[in-house]
Design a protein around this ligand. Structure first.
Ligand code: ZN
Ligand code: ZN
Ligand code: ZN
Length: 137
């Protein structure tokens, strides 16, 4: 996902283009890693001093619903990143040092489902944490 693709996707879905949303997308386009919602809020407030926590969060969740952003909980906080260019269902390796991620195009659910016969699975979450090659040196 890049900035233009994201903006065009929002336009094609009929969302009004706002400066604030563009600024949010711009922040993500410059960093290929998970960013805490709190950090985004601080960045946005530099340009839009009056903006509320709610507005920024609403925008982040909206962008995640539209599959422009991906979200996860890290250290008990909501983090977001640009959606991977990977097509379809995937999971992530997340570096706990630099926050960079690598998409993993493998889902362990097929193997797990056999241990859950009779249970209706709605959703699942699977993430791998550790240190990326650069952070190990
Ligand atoms: Zn991804
Ligand atoms: Zn790293
Ligand atoms: Zn999966």
């Amino acid at each position: 996902m890049n900035l233009d693709t994201a903006i065009n996707k929002m336009k094609s879905k009929g969302y009004k283009h706002t400066k604030q949303r563009e600024r949010i997308l711009e922040i993500f386009s410059r960093q290929d890693q998970y960013i805490a919602a709190k950090t985004i809020l601080k960045e946005i407030q530099k340009d839009f001093p009056g903006v509320s926590f709610d507005t920024v969060y609403r925008n982040l969740y909206l962008l995640a619903d539209e599959e422009i952003l991906e979200s996860t909980d890290l250290d008990g906080e909501k983090h977001f990143r640009f959606h991977c260019d990977t097509h379809g269902h995937h999971h992530h390796f997340i570096c706990t040092d630099c926050g960079k991620t690598k998409a993993v195009e493998f889902c362990p659910m097929e193997k797990i489902e056999s241990s859950l016969s009779g249970y209706a699975i709605d959703n699942h979450k699977f993430e791998i944490y550790g240190k990326c090659p650069q952070c190990q040196t």
